[in-house]
Design a protein around this ligand. Structure first.
Ligand code: CUA
Length: 360
């Protein structure tokens, strides 16, 4: 009998708009990375350009970068221009007599100029860089700011909201921050294994995620939508598929998201068989489903799995066909992934996928 989860029958049930490529297997699986498209929720998906900052830290970094680029650009043009001029104007000619040109020594004004001008330039560049660094690094969190603990794993992101009782993975949800009344989100970054780096180019600079160390960063996006990012420190075979998304909500939307995430896992009588298979296999030693016996912490919390757009940390769209592929053999979508294939029979596979699909 044809399984309801086989590719084809449900393909497109949660499909995203075509990324403009042929609707091949691989094309359909790619998470949207192109700028400003709409995702399933109708949110705008923003690209990953460092030239389009969308929040306070990224704005400050861009302003500083353009300032440094302008000053160094002017120096480059002056020095390069003079050099080219001299090379052309004073090149060797056929009627050269081979004598040295007149030499200039001990000009106080010239020596003063080439000492003082570089000192001023270095001073200006240093102080503006220190000021921007200080503004970004030392900004104290407002008392009611949202705090999120980010844990980097090979190869996925864990997001814990200790004050809200929410744990999720790979897709960080935060409220929008109105520049007039900023409500920044503060991230504490830790690693469970090797060094990673948290980078969402449009929202902030990179911050390394290092074992046995806590780094801090903050985000204050001024515009809602989904921002894509990527682990930016080589962390093993699937470093390239350690993608991340930041979903920025208007305040009331964010409150609704938190409310939904706080609920224990939905209990669906139609998915009981799958729950039993799931709980009887080693799935539960790595994954947690709140409100059930599953309490593993090695892999992502699956309590509200279907609220996420992607699986495998952005390796594939979260639709039923991909989910089935993933559970059957995660290596197909993400070679080297630490989740093993559980060797389920085809009926068990359908039951487990049906259970996972009920975790909304
Ligand atoms: Cu984690 Cu690269």
């Amino acid at each position: 009998m044809q399984s309801p989860f086989r590719r084809g029958s449900y393909a497109g049930a949660i499909a995203l708009p075509s990324p403009g490529l042929p609707n091949s297997r691989s094309a359909r699986r790619l998470p949207p990375l192109t700028p400003c498209r709409e995702n399933v929720n109708g949110d705008v998906v923003h690209g990953a350009s460092i030239f389009a900052p969308a929040g306070a830290p990224a704005d400050a970094i861009q302003t500083l970068s353009l300032f440094v680029l302008a000053i160094t650009g002017i120096i480059f043009v002056i020095v390069g221009g003079l050099m080219v001029y001299c090379l052309v104007r004073y090149r060797r000619r056929s009627d050269d007599d081979g004598r040295e040109p007149p030499q200039v020594y001990g000009s106080n004004p010239v020596e003063l100029a080439w000492t003082v001008v570089p000192i001023i330039i270095v001073f200006v560049l240093t102080t503006t860089a220190i000021r921007s660094t200080y503004e970004i690094q030392a900004a104290p969190p407002p008392p009611d700011s949202l705090q999120v603990r980010v844990v980097g794993h090979q190869w996925w992101w864990e997001f814990q909201y200790p004050a809200l009782g929410v744990i999720t993975a790979n897709e960080l949800h935060i409220p929008v921050s109105d520049p007039a009344h900023p409500t920044p989100t503060y991230l504490t970054l830790e690693s469970a294994d090797v060094a990673h780096s948290f980078w969402v180019p449009r929202l902030a600079g990179k911050t390394d995620v290092i074992p046995n160390r806590r780094n801090i960063m903050w985000l204050a996006p001024a515009q809602s939508g989904t921002y894509v990012g990527q682990c930016a420190e080589f962390c093993g075979t699937q470093h390239a598929k350690m993608l991340l998304r930041v979903v920025v909500h208007p305040a009331d939307d964010f409150a609704r998201w938190v409310q939904a995430q706080r609920q224990p896992a939905a209990r669906n009588p139609g998915a009981e068989a799958g729950r039993q298979v799931f709980e009887a296999t080693a799935c539960v030693s790595c994954h947690a489903v709140r409100g059930t016996g599953a309490s593993g912490t090695f892999g992502p919390d699956l309590t509200h799995l279907m609220s996420r757009e992607t699986i495998g940390a952005g390796a594939a769209q979260n639709d039923l066909a991909n989910l089935r592929d993933w559970v059957e053999d995660p290596n197909r979508l993400k070679p080297g992934v630490l989740m093993p294939a559980m060797q389920l029979t085809q009926p068990q596979l359908d039951q487990v996928v049906s259970y996972l699909a009920s975790l909304r």
